[in-house]
Write a protein that binds this ligand. Structure first.
Ligand code: P6P
Length: 335
């Protein structure tokens, strides 16, 4: 007899008591993300059919052309979380500065801040390759009753209370953690419900997939070059397989299921790497550690890095524990 799969809503209610900060607000916040994910998924899936693709004619703080779907996803997540009157502030890759959400009663009683990359991998939209949304949730640290400040957003990744991603791929999945393991939910588009399809997701300790943009090889630090050559050597279980989608969420998701490592090192073109600490590396690092994997900049645990700017970038190595540790070994030996 097949057991009825638990819906995301049922799962949230059942696990609410285990939240470090057991409060209905966090459940409601995750539910608002669930709602926005379904709406954005609908647009992503039909993107090829209507004129929603292509440049929106503006650029974001990263100087990247904003795709219409980027802007749409950004607005949808912000609007959905604002309407629920739970968050006191939102930061987004698509917004130059953070947004202070004044609660309807204007007394700033809401206690969570959310940081999002609304549509990561957006350059893949035009070529029908999977993209994703990444979110990171903290409790504010400035006093309730006052407007949020930048300090509420510049918290170490170790302070996150929840993090996750939605991957809009061959199927749409929502994968998240509240600090008690990682669980994956698959959307049944026919009825619009997410069902628990991947309980207790964990990175295999070892893997044979490495994900890096080898086009930047000549610019990489020597330690990274040495590690890539190590992956390619005929020895033991190597050579590994090279798989790079160009969408962090998709590469991370595949590597978590099959075992593997994702690397976005620094280079002369990107002296601090390309990925942003607050709304890409920290949430993915929280998920990685909760799934028994590892995430560092090659030397320092990502979750221990003290942020200094909203859109700061860091080098990022993340995945199966033994693979990350081997890469760190090369980084230490060859700096
Ligand atoms: P490159 C997408 O823009 C992104 O932030 C990640 O999702 C992806 O892994 C990476 O950048 C791809 O960057 O320089 O290899 O095209």
């Amino acid at each position: 007899m097949t057991h009825k799969k638990q819906t995301l809503g049922e799962f949230i209610i059942e696990h609410q008591a285990s939240f470090k900060y057991s409060s209905g607000e966090l459940s409601s916040l995750i539910n608002s993300i669930r709602l926005a994910a379904k709406v954005v998924n609908h647009e992503v899936n039909k993107a090829g059919l209507v004129d929603i693709i292509g440049q929106f004619g503006e650029t974001n703080i990263q100087g990247e052309d904003q795709q219409k779907l980027d802007v749409y996803a950004n607005n949808k997540f912000i609007q959905t979380m604002t309407n629920r009157n739970i968050v006191c502030g939102i930061a987004s890759e698509e917004e130059d500065d953070f947004i202070s959400i004044n609660s309807q009663d204007e007394k700033h009683q809401n206690k969570y801040v959310v940081l999002i990359d609304p549509l990561d991998g957006s350059t893949n939209i035009d070529v029908n390759v999977s993209v994703g949304t990444i979110f990171s949730i903290y409790r504010r640290i400035t006093p309730i009753g006052t407007p949020v400040t930048i300090d509420d957003f510049l918290q170490k990744g170790s302070q996150q209370v929840a993090a996750g991603y939605i991957v809009y791929g061959t199927s749409t999945m929502l994968v998240y953690t509240t600090g008690d393991g990682v669980n994956g939910f698959t959307l049944n588009p026919a009825i619009g419900s997410f069902y628990l399809s991947h309980p207790d997701m964990e990175f295999p300790e070892d893997g044979n997939i490495y994900s890096v943009n080898e086009g930047n090889y000549l610019d990489f630090p020597l330690g990274i070059k040495k590690y890539i050559k190590y992956c390619q050597m005929e020895e033991d279980e190597r050579p590994y397989t090279s798989r790079y989608i160009g969408s962090l969420v998709s590469d991370f998701h595949r590597n978590m299921i099959k075992g593997g490592i994702y690397l976005y090192p620094k280079s002369t073109k990107n002296p601090n790497g390309k990925l942003r600490l607050l709304y890409e590396c920290n949430p993915m690092a929280f998920l990685a550690e909760q799934a028994k994997g590892k995430a560092s900049d090659g030397f320092t645990r990502i979750l221990d890095i003290q942020p200094t700017e909203l859109h700061q970038r860091v080098p990022f190595i993340c995945g199966s524990k033994n693979m990350v540790e081997k890469a760190e070994e090369f980084m230490r030996e060859f700096q």
